[in-house]
Design a protein around this ligand. Structure first.
Ligand code: G6P
Length: 359
């Protein structure tokens, strides 16, 4: 087993480190396919993402990407809810995009089958070749992440985000909804992501030390705005899944509508704060939390965030739309180290399964 882990103590850590090459493979593996699929997407007025768990967070990022680039407003539904709410809302003018690493999640498969029955077209974004989702779907794009053994999704998530970014760019191109120069610059930046993930991985030791100082905390809050909101959700999910620490992912704008009441001295607040549309507001949200004594752990490319934070994890400068792929990496590492320090097996968290094949 040690050989399969290529010298890493756990599959999860190995898979976190495989992300630069996984993202590279996702880009190369989809270059040809993505244009024709995007031309399909461009034809549909109604686009609905369905997914569960980490794949659901990828779908949320997808929504922001399509809004910004393709000027389309897709719906995002948990597959488990879709089945009950969308029966009468799906028809032959609907495109359903199912995102599922395993291609075997029961709720997602059931949503796909319902969509097909109602005459919708179904696109699947899947990692496991030949899985059930690929057999139900009309069209499939693969994430090319390679096998993922750790129960908590890591490289399958960043490759899902990669494929969604490529799709949104090509859909924008097909619709003429964004400036070509800008789309090219995004593609160029996407090509540089593997290198930027390498850099994020180099924070590994510092994140381990940080985890040591946080190992006995009971509650964590992860906050972000706009396209960083799903990153906050995913960071919190990673922590819950493997470290068994209570964590909430929040849209930072919601802080003052309730969660601020929970902040006391020393409570860790992980702030996802890249440059972009919501940066100034995010600075305000960090100040709000800091004023209540929270311990601010900030991920940002901007030094001014570093100045108002207890811990600053410096991130590379990047178009805001691409930040989710890189910013999640330190959050994965922090969750991993906390899990190990607390004596848990991060590869096999209690009560959870790699793919949930019951509804
Ligand atoms: C399980 C796994 C998660 C995963 C979710 C959806 O809960 O533990 O890591 O995100 O299922 O899985 P899928 O294979 O559909 O992406």
């Amino acid at each position: 087993e040690m050989a399969e882990k290529s010298g890493f103590p756990h599959f999860m850590l190995k898979e976190i480190h495989e992300q630069p090459s996984a993202v590279r493979d996702a880009i190369h593996g989809n270059r040809e396919m993505v244009r024709s699929v995007a031309e399909e997407i461009a034809k549909y007025e109604k686009v609905i993402f369905v997914a569960m768990g980490t794949s659901y967070h990828a779908a949320l990022v997808g929504k922001y990407l399509f809004q910004r680039l393709a000027k389309k407003v897709p719906l995002v539904e948990e597959a488990s809810e879709f089945r009950y709410e969308f029966e009468d809302l799906v028809d032959e003018n609907t495109l359903v995009i199912a995102i599922t690493q395993s291609g075997e999640t029961a709720d997602t498969l059931a949503a796909m089958k319902l969509a097909k029955r109602k005459g919708a077209r179904v696109l699947a974004i899947v990692n496991v070749v030949g899985s059930m989702a690929t057999r139900i779907a009309d069209l499939t794009l693969y994430t090319h992440a390679g096998p993922e053994i750790g129960v908590a999704a890591t490289k399958t998530y960043t490759t899902q985000l990669t494929v969604l970014t490529m799709l949104a760019i090509e859909t924008a191109r097909a619709l003429g909804s964004a400036d070509e120069e800008y789309l090219r610059s995004l593609e160029k930046q996407l090509d540089s992501i593997p290198v930027l993930i390498e850099k994020a991985l180099s924070h590994g030791e510092a994140l381990k030390e940080l985890a040591e100082s946080l190992r006995d905390r009971r509650d964590f809050f992860y906050v972000g705005r706009g396209i960083s909101f799903p990153t906050a959700l995913e960071g919190a999910l990673k922590l819950k899944e493997i470290s068994y620490i209570h964590a909430e992912g929040l849209s930072a704008g919601e802080l003052k509508h309730g969660p601020l009441a929970l902040l006391e001295k020393g409570v860790p607040v992980v702030a996802i704060a890249p440059s972009g549309k919501t940066f100034d507001k995010m600075m305000g949200n960090i100040e709000e939390a800091r004023a209540r004594g929270a311990m601010i752990i900030a991920l940002s490319d901007r030094e001014e965030v570093g100045r108002i934070s207890d811990v600053w994890i410096e991130m590379p400068e990047l178009d805001e739309l691409l930040t989710p792929i890189v910013y999640v990496v330190p959050l994965q590492l922090m969750a991993y180290h906390l899990a190990v320090l607390r004596g848990n097996d991060p590869d096999k968290p209690r009560n959870l399964a790699k793919s949930v094949t019951v509804e």
